[in-house]
Design a protein around this ligand. Structure first.
Ligand code: PNS
Length: 165
């Protein structure tokens, strides 16, 4: 697909999507004409995910249904190959804290080496989500913690069903 500087990819594992992810996706949707949310679909990468790629895509589709310029797609190639195949010239990610910075610096350099023409753009997490990560939400759900203001209702229900004791 021809490169288009009005299209961006927002990538992630999204296991599951949180309001922090949705905040970044929503802000990207204002900055770009079209945002493709790329959902990593590699069952063996970084251990098994709690939700299948189909489930993670479905959560994201429901949670972004009010945003007309968002497309959700699974991918299992290099991120830059996925971005290029969709004509995206930007990869948009959220950055929460210094702890994210080191990992993202490494990813940025790997991605830049593969595709210097695709720029990574980092949005600082909104303060109310700066502590929020999917693994923390899963831990809370496992021990019966309150997660209603961290993830969409449907996600909270499914987490409680799978992990609740
Ligand atoms: O932290 P996440 O959500 O697991 O991040 C996933 C992703 C793809 C955004 C991150 O690992 C990345 O930037 N990877 C670059 C290397 C690559 O392309 N890996 C293949 C992933 S299918």
């Amino acid at each position: 697909m021809a490169p288009n500087n009005r299209t961006a990819v927002c990538p992630g594992t999204f296991d599951p999507v949180t309001y922090g992810h949705l905040d970044v996706i929503g802000r990207a949707s204002v900055m770009y004409d079209s945002v493709i949310v790329g959902v990593v679909d590699l069952p063996w990468r970084k251990g098994k995910t709690l939700f299948t790629a189909e489930e993670r895509v479905a959560f994201l589709e429901k949670a972004t249904s009010d945003l007309p310029n968002i497309i959700i797609e699974p991918f299992s190639t290099l991120l830059v190959e996925f971005a290029r195949s969709r004509g995206a010239m930007a990869i948009v990610k959220g950055l929460r804290a210094i702890s994210d910075f080191e990992y993202e610096l490494e990813m940025n350099q790997l991605n830049r080496r593969q595709a210097p023409d695709i720029e990574s753009v980092y949005l600082m997490a909104s303060p109310k989500y700066s502590f929020l990560r999917s693994s923390g939400v899963k831990e809370l759900a496992t021990f019966g913690g309150d997660i209603h203001d961290l993830v969409p209702d449907e996600v909270a229900r499914q987490l409680q069903e799978r992990l609740g004791r």
